[in-house]
Design a protein around this ligand. Structure first.
Ligand code: SAH
Length: 257
């Protein structure tokens, strides 16, 4: 095994609220010698004397993963951080891609994934139980896959009547994509299907909008937004709060009250 005591921890920081960082994440982050990650995520963590920070750009995932593995191989105790859960559209897969294609000795490193609360769980918890039955998660980012693959998956998920959690809904480079996605869903799902825009959940600028597929304005979505699109079973219950009713998907299909 190379690197002596070197180890790499891939740590999820949750959606943003400090109370949503797990105890395990807090413990390991206090023990590492080096922190690697996208600058805004590192900014969430307290400065510790002696701990070295390696901030990077958001687009550099694979390079960042290689840097973290190389540091661990040199004997450092390294944490590479992600928002939410590191296994959901985030750093854990990049680390394993770098591991598989990198130095053979990296495979002997102690690599551990420290899970976090992912955005769809946090968003769902704000509303009730929109993900209460079968659901799927799709990233709308076409940085790493083609738009035709995304449209095929959206259509298949809509036809299979899953609840959809849509990550990375807004593309600065191609702002019309989110409108294309809604067009695909509107052609396949009922106009009354509940739609949730959950923005910056757990952060001071949090905003939640509950609407319907017919009335939703796809332009509401930015890079800090997670969109949940209901299945045919998803229900909205008014609760006295016009802006934030309860939304849930019953576990019994075709349930009658
Ligand atoms: N690993 C992260 C997801 C990274 S992809 C996780 O598990 O949550 C980035 C996308 O996640 C954003 O475009 C947005 O769709 C979603 N997201 C991340 N944090 C969020 C938050 N606090 N509120 C709403 N959506 C969030």
């Amino acid at each position: 095994m190379s690197g002596g005591n070197g180890r790499l921890l891939v740590v999820g920081l949750g959606p943003g609220a400090p109370e949503w960082v797990t105890l395990e994440a807090t413990q390991v982050l206090a023990e590492v010698s080096d922190l690697v990650g996208y600058a805004p995520y590192l900014a969430r963590l307290p400065e510790r004397p002696g701990q070295v920070r390696h901030a990077s750009d958001n687009r550099e995932e694979l390079a960042r993963a290689r840097q973290a593995l190389a540091l661990a191989a040199s004997g450092r105790r390294v944490a590479i951080v992600s928002g939410g859960d590191p296994g959901v559209f985030a750093m854990a897969a990049a680390v394993f891609e770098a591991l598989e294609t990198g130095e053979p000795s990296w495979r002997g490193l102690d690599v551990r994934i420290i899970p976090g609360i992912t955005a769809m769980q946090a968003a769902a918890a704000r509303l009730g139980a929109p993900l209460g039955h079968d659901f799927c998660a799709i990233s709308l980012s076409d940085n790493l896959k083609s738009w035709s693959v995304i449209e095929k998956r959206l259509a298949a998920a809509a036809d299979a009547d899953f609840v959809l959690a849509l990550y990375n809904p807004a593309s600065r480079a191609r702002p019309s994509r989110i409108h294309d996605a809604f067009g695909c869903l509107r052609a396949r799902k009922a106009a009354t299907t509940p739609v949730i825009f959950a923005r910056a959940i757990g952060r001071p600028d949090e905003e939640v909008t509950v609407t319907s597929l017919a009335e939703a304005d796809p332009g509401l979505a930015d890079m800090a937004t997670l969109i949940i699109i209901g299945s045919s079973a998803t229900r909205v219950i008014s609760n006295g709060s016009p802006s934030r009713p309860f939304v849930y998907t019953p576990r019994r299909e075709g349930a009658r009250r």
